[in-house]
Write a protein that binds this ligand. Structure first.
Ligand SMILES: [Zn+2]
Length: 213
């Protein structure tokens, strides 16, 4: 069985997640820790829990979701995976950092590409990858059918949806991705978003003001 835990980092109040199993192997999702205090509070948690990071996997590569990638890659010597279609966003990250006034010189290099429709295994457990372009061209969702949860990045939020005014964003594509991928998941699926509190598919289908299922 796969479990998740969330952390909230940086001025954008971004949610970073870990996905872990009973063997204490873990994936780090969207590491957004920015200050050295945020990095050390995260790494202290990993050490205290005896977790063994295997990889960094990202739902997408906007600045607030990648601030911590380089520090964690250096520390744990683990690979960083993204969807190939988000590569232009990642490559533009240093530029947007400058625009927002953040100290972030080198965007991390991806070590592997994550493909939709292919299960990825952590130990004996697997997650499915849903391709949900719209908020960014290479946005993906990590879904555990056994755990009944999904990490949705900035595609779907509790009572809201992702913004599409950033480079590579597309509103119609976003709505289509939510309808064709996320809203096909069982209603009880818990949605862990890139910002704000968790929700469920059933709750969003019934009450999301931007898109009903
Ligand atoms: Zn984003």
């Amino acid at each position: 069985m796969l479990y998740t835990r969330s952390f909230t980092f940086n001025p954008f109040q971004e949610n970073t997640y870990i996905i872990y199993n009973e063997l204490k192997q873990c994936w780090i999702v969207d590491p957004g820790m920015y200050s050295s205090e945020e990095v050390s509070s995260f790494t202290s948690y990993i050490s205290a829990e005896n977790l063994v990071p295997q990889a960094i996997i990202n739902t997408h590569t906007h600045l607030d979701h990648i601030f911590g990638v380089n520090a964690l890659k250096d520390l744990y010597k683990i690979p960083f995976g993204i969807h190939k279609s988000d590569l232009p966003v990642l490559q533009g990250a240093a530029g947007s950092a400058m625009l927002f006034g953040f100290d972030f010189k080198d965007a991390p290099e991806p070590d592997f590409f994550i493909e939709e429709g292919k299960p990825y295994s952590l130990g004996d457990d697997k997650v499915d990858i849903l391709f949900v372009p719209g908020h960014s061209p290479g946005s993906i969702v990590f879904h555990s059918s056994e755990g009944k949860w999904a990490i949705s990045g900035d595609t779907l939020f509790n009572g809201s949806i992702g913004r599409t005014d950033l480079p590579g964003g597309n509103h119609d594509q976003l709505l289509n991705s939510i309808q064709k991928e996320l809203y096909q998941l069982p209603d009880e699926t818990v949605i862990h978003s890139g910002h704000g509190p968790s929700t469920t598919i059933g709750q969003e289908k019934a009450s999301n003001p931007f898109i009903r299922g």
